[in-house]
Design a protein around this ligand. Structure first.
Ligand code: PLP
Length: 392
């Protein structure tokens, strides 16, 4: 038996949205004018309409991409193009996903100033910090803030931060939010919920495979069209050139409908919170385990109930995840994009929160999803207790 606790890296594919959809996909190129092309175009636009309905935006505001990494890149490099004309400065949280941070480094190396906002001990960028940075740098005209951190689950109230940024920057800043880890997971009324935040941002990114869709489709929400840096055949309104991955896109639309309506997000959230609360309560009783950050309580609305970071005393995260793998459990040591890389970069989120090196080194990420059961959580708790016995 395998127990999957790495949903933040990728969700277990939802059979209904992947295989069933795949059989119905016309092969034509959606940009072709013949019948085969028109059939594909019809399906592509239908998927866009279905996605727009769930996200409560206009379909003209949604652009299909290959994933959230590409959606983030499109927005950042579009900002860079604007910077070349008008100048300005970029403000970005230190805990953002590499698809934001690494591109910021490139933009910075090309001459655009970037301010990296530090994280508070809970793992988000505080509004006081944003305010202070906006006061210090009056030329900030782009801000990127993620809704839910992929390593710790720390939530940012994007809607509230956006209000503050609009006021402080006299409406000139473009506000972007990576909403990958909150789509379908954080319901309305909670910090980081896409339902509340989409209205207040200028752009946002989403990824299909994090909610059970086939890999290879992302969504970029743009309040208004923007000038991009990379061009080509002009698909997706010129925002993302390249033939659309129709199978993955239709699967994304199906997953959105199956898991991400307001009602589903509420139900999913309540169930995830119950399981997470049970897990945290148990781990707080395990003397070898330390919840990261320690201030996180079993029910804690500052965090996504889908993601938990926890450190095991005396056991490096990599060793713990390998031992757990042998026992049948898939967990990770942080962002999947970095877990294969050498070098000290991989725990940068924990470092930015002020977590000491040893705790960070011994940390693993446990993430659950829509179909995780309480029984699986109980098995994981037992496995972590067995790990403790191995090391003590
Ligand atoms: N942003 C966040 C917060 C993520 O967790 C991920 C996935 O690892 C991405 C962006 C990138 O998504 P994709 O795999 O669709 O490029």
């Amino acid at each position: 038996v395998r127990y999957y606790f790495d949903w933040a890296a990728t969700a277990i594919p939802d059979e209904e949205s992947t295989h069933l959809e795949a059989g119905k996909i016309p092969f034509g190129n959606p940009s072709s004018l013949h019948k085969e092309g028109r059939e594909a175009r019809l399906m592509l636009e239908d998927a866009r309409e279905r996605a727009a309905k769930i996200l409560n935006v206009r379909k003209e505001q949604l652009y299909w991409t290959s994933g959230a990494s590409e959606a983030n890149s499109i927005v950042l490099f579009s900002f860079f193009r604007r910077f070349l004309k008008t100048g300005g400065r970029l403000l970005v949280g230190k805990g953002e996903h590499p698809s934001v941070l690494e591109n910021c480094k490139i933009i910075e190396s090309l001459g655009c100033p970037v301010v990296y906002a530090g994280l508070n001990p809970e793992g988000s960028v505080s509004e006081e910090n944003i305010k202070a940075l906006l006061e210090k740098h009056s030329d900030i005209n782009f801000v990127s803030l993620m809704a839910a951190n992929n390593e710790t689950g720390a939530l940012t109230n994007v809607a509230s931060a956006a209000r503050l940024i609009r006021e402080a920057s006299r409406r000139k800043a473009h506000i972007h939010s990576d909403m990958v880890q909150s789509l379908g997971k954080i319901p309305p009324g909670e910090a980081g919920s896409p339902f509340d935040a989409l209205e207040s941002v200028d752009s946002a990114s989403f990824s299909g495979h994090k909610i059970g869709a086939a890999r290879g489709a992302g969504l970029l929400y743009l309040k208004r069209p923007l000038e991009v840096l990379v061009s080509g055949g002009g698909q997706e309104g010129g925002v993302r050139s390249g033939t659309e991955n129709l199978a993955a896109i239709c699967s994304f639309a199906a997953s959105l409908e199956r898991h991400c309506s307001k009602e589903r997000a509420e139900k999913n959230y309540a169930a995830a919170e119950e399981r997470m609360s049970f897990l945290i309560t148990a781990l707080k009783q395990n003397p070898a385990c330390k919840i990261v950050p320690e201030c996180r309580s079993p029910i804690d609305r500052r965090f996504s109930p889908y993601i938990l970071q926890c450190s095991i005393k005396g056991l490096p995260g990599e060793a713990a995840s390998r031992m757990l793998d042998d026992l049948g459990f898939a967990v990770s040591t942080g962002s999947a994009c970095y877990s294969n890389k050498r070098g000290g970069k991989k725990r940068y989120v924990l470092a930015a929160m002020g977590i000491d090196e040893e705790t960070a080194f011994n940390s693993i990420r446990i993430s659950q999803g829509f179909s995780t059961t309480m029984e699986e959580i109980k098995q994981l708790i037992a496995a972590l207790a067995a790990l403790r016995d191995c090391i003590t």
